[in-house]
Design a protein around this ligand. Sequence first.
Ligand SMILES: Nc1nc2c(ncn2[C@@H]2O[C@H](COP(=O)(O)OP(=O)(O)OP(=O)(O)O)[C@@H](O)[C@H]2O)c(=O)[nH]1
Length: 368
Amino acid sequence: MQSASNNQNSSDSRSFDDGVIELPNQQHRRSVLQLLLWISAAFGFFFTLLNWQSNAQMAIVEIALATYSLVLLPFARNDKQQFKVSLLFLVPLYSIILYVLTMPTSTETGYVWILVIPVLSHLLLGRWFGLGLSLIFMPIGFVLFAIRFHDNNAIFNVVATSNVILAGVATLVFSHVYEVSRTRAHRKLLHLATTDSLTSLANRTRFLDVFERERNHAIRNNSDLSLLLLDIDHFKHVNDNHGHDVGDEVLKYVSATICHRLRKTDLACRLGGEEFGVLLPGASLERAISIAETIRKNIADVPYTRGDKLIALSVSIGVSEYGFDGRDLESMYAIADNHLYRAKSSGRNRIRSREMMRNGELDLALAD
Ligand SMILES: Nc1nc2c(ncn2[C@@H]2O[C@H](COP(=O)(O)OP(=O)(O)OP(=O)(O)O)[C@@H](O)[C@H]2O)c(=O)[nH]1
């Protein structure tokens, strides 16, 4: 027999693959990348015109950068390629900035472009890769600046050099700190928006997102996908007899017990009140029924305990399978809900599915 208290917190530590959480972050960076490519193309063509007469070498570099930015633009629309395209954009851009600094016609104002390196790197590559790329290109920029102007006392003196280095370090530190706090705040916000605050399970919004992703995966790989719909039996009595606070604790306990048996790729969600959904990627109907039976048995076998108080619990479960029972969440939910209703009306503490109806309304609970 499992200990009830052992299970109480396990739902908190469970984490589903964060692909869904990461997506908005990638979308944000993709938008920044697209904007930068447009700006780079526009500025490139503008400076080409400006330098055409006076500095043909510079004009060629600028028109090449502008054209290259336009070539990258279609690839930047793909979220999955965002990191690769960012690197393909930033490395040549920084190399050009450094090359321009070494030109005999360059002035000390060209240095300000080195300050752009940490900002762009962090915006497009995130905190660690952004920091890494900045730490490669910024020191090279400082060295080239020193080589270029070392014999010019008006520019290369202690005050001016300290300003150059301090401004560079400050921009690097602020870009990094900003990106770290932005990423943390973004993750926290997404977590709050996609998690049920009482049970720490996924909420309905996240469930919909993950279902779409798993459905696409099932179609691509011709794999199974099943859905469990669980509802605590006579939960109103728990609230009425023991109070709403105990009711909340029972909800947490049931959540933890549901998660106890699941794999990392399965997703449990609180759909509302005392109703839960469990998405089982890769699970056939047979396997889903077996998982549902384990959950049902665990909850029925181990009453919720609080001090000397014992509260016997049970759940009814409806099961549906992708393909046979529908090809979208709405249909799968409707079928599972129908089975759940039948499980309730035929006595509760049992599982219902298409398979069981075919086998003459076999009832797993009765087989106990
Ligand atoms: N403690 C607590 N109770 C909740 C919460 N959300 C919904 N409930 C209660 O859950 C109960 C659901 O009651 P019913 O829909 O009648 O269902 P039931 O008593 O479980 O009966 P069956 O589902 O028919 O077995 C209601 O009393 C709600 O107030 C919550 O977040 N916390």
